[in-house]
Design a protein around this ligand. Structure first.
Ligand SMILES: Nc1ncnc2c1ncn2[C@@H]1O[C@H](COP(=O)(O)OP(=O)(O)OP(=O)(O)O)[C@@H](O)[C@H]1O
Length: 219
């Protein structure tokens, strides 16, 4: 990707929401994007009710809060998305996003978070206008191979991820994202992600057509 292409500065104010099934390659591609553009992008610091682990600092890895404080913030409508896992609450506040300015905020959130963000973003003052990007595997077979090939998951965890992948792909097939990128070749997908994330000219139309997935293969 040529660095000489003009950057559309308006689009950089729009949070970039990177969606896609676990194992598609989100972390791989985002790590490269951040390394290629230091200081350009920011990840928000989430709130959690879980206890800090040794070495964790309040405000750095997480904002550590009590359940009462968390629920008060929920009641105040401060979260763009939140969920409870394993007895603890985790969530992203709108304030955590705006704190990143002028860096472009990148969110890597799951379907539940995307749905919450969709219903709340336009109600903010000023309204948030996220760009929703779906990173797709080239096929379900490849997704399964990448998940098991990573060597980080137990069989149970792979099963859970494939169930979630089914919902993610079914939602993507409804055509609700702004851009779709198929991660077949890392270099090609990385160049497209860079174009979208940097708001380079033509970013809206650089995406791919979704492969014809048979989601039954995920059952
Ligand atoms: N284009 C590609 N070609 C071949 N292998 C790839 C490609 N993209 C990613 N991989 C490999 O697939 C595996 C899954 O990638 P990665 O961990 O980035 O997925 P992820 O979407 O971030 O998953 P999670 O949401 O679980 O963190 C990794 O082992 C990675 O090296």
């Amino acid at each position: 990707m040529s660095q000489a292409q003009p950057i559309n500065s308006e689009v950089l104010n729009r949070p970039l929401v990177v969606c896609g099934p676990s194992g598609t390659g989100k972390s791989t591609l985002l790590t490269k994007l951040f390394a290629d553009h230091p200081g350009q992008f920011g990840f928000s610091v989430s709130h959690t009710t879980r206890n800090p682990r040794s070495g964790e600092e309040n405000g750095k890895q997480y904002h550590f809060v009590t359940r009462d404080e968390f629920m008060e913030r929920v009641g105040n409508g401060e979260f763009l998305e939140w969920a409870e896992f394993g007895g603890n609450c985790y969530g992203t506040t709108f304030a955590a996003l705006t704190a990143l300015y002028p860096r472009r905020c990148i969110l890597d959130i799951e379907l539940q978070g995307v749905l919450q963000l969709r219903s709340k973003a336009s109600l903010q003052t000023p309204p948030l206008d996220p760009v929703y990007l779906f990173l797709a595997p080239p096929s379900i077979e490849t997704l399964k191979a990448r998940l098991s090939g990573r060597g980080t998951e137990t069989d149970a965890s792979i099963r859970k991820r494939l169930d979630a992948a089914k919902a993610e792909i079914e939602y993507a097939l409804q055509g609700k994202h702004d851009v779709y990128i198929v991660n077949e070749d890392l270099k090609i997908a990385g160049d497209k992600l860079e174009k979208v994330a940097m708001g380079y000219q033509g970013w809206k139309d650089c995406g791919d057509k979704l492969p014809e997935f048979d989601v039954k293969e995920l059952e």
